[in-house]
Design a protein. Structure first.
Length: 140
């Protein structure tokens, strides 16, 4: 295998590595988007449960045998659960956003490095092709 074939093989390997990096990035990005949707679905499910619990508490408060202090206690618990849920949701959302930012930045760095290496290989191949053409022209 001559030098030109070696460079051509390197280019092919670099292109495959770049394609693999891109495929992995988009696969991981889809997984992260699914995680975002799952987190939002959990939040919505809990919000729905809290709304139902609030309605039950209200219905309970309308009864004649309802203790207003107990009702206020339930509403206070409901508010606390809602606040804790929102806090946990936003904390998890921030962590996921940070993970996405770091993941995207790492991908762009790796992609840039790989594209730079590929550009060098393309340049070497062009230079070698020109040198080979000059050499061939000298013989004729």
């Amino acid at each position: 295998m001559d030098q030109f074939d070696v460079i051509q093989s390197d280019i092919h390997q670099q292109e495959l590595a770049l394609e693999a990096l891109e495929a992995a990035f988009y696969s991981d990005k889809r997984t992260l988007e699914e995680d975002f949707h799952a987190l939002e679905a959990q939040r919505m499910a809990l919000s729905h449960l809290y709304d139902e619990f609030g309605s039950l508490c209200y219905d309970f408060s309308r009864r004649d045998d309802c203790d207003s202090q107990t009702y206020r206690h339930f509403i206070g618990l409901l508010d606390t659960y809602t606040e804790v849920t929102e806090y946990a949701f936003h904390k998890q959302l921030n962590l996921m956003n940070e993970k996405e930012d770091a993941f995207t930045a790492a991908y762009h760095r790796q992609r840039s490095d790989m594209e730079d290496q590929l550009a060098v290989s393309y340049h070497e191949r062009r230079k070698m092709a020109l040198d080979m053409e000059e050499e061939r022209c000298r013989f004729y």
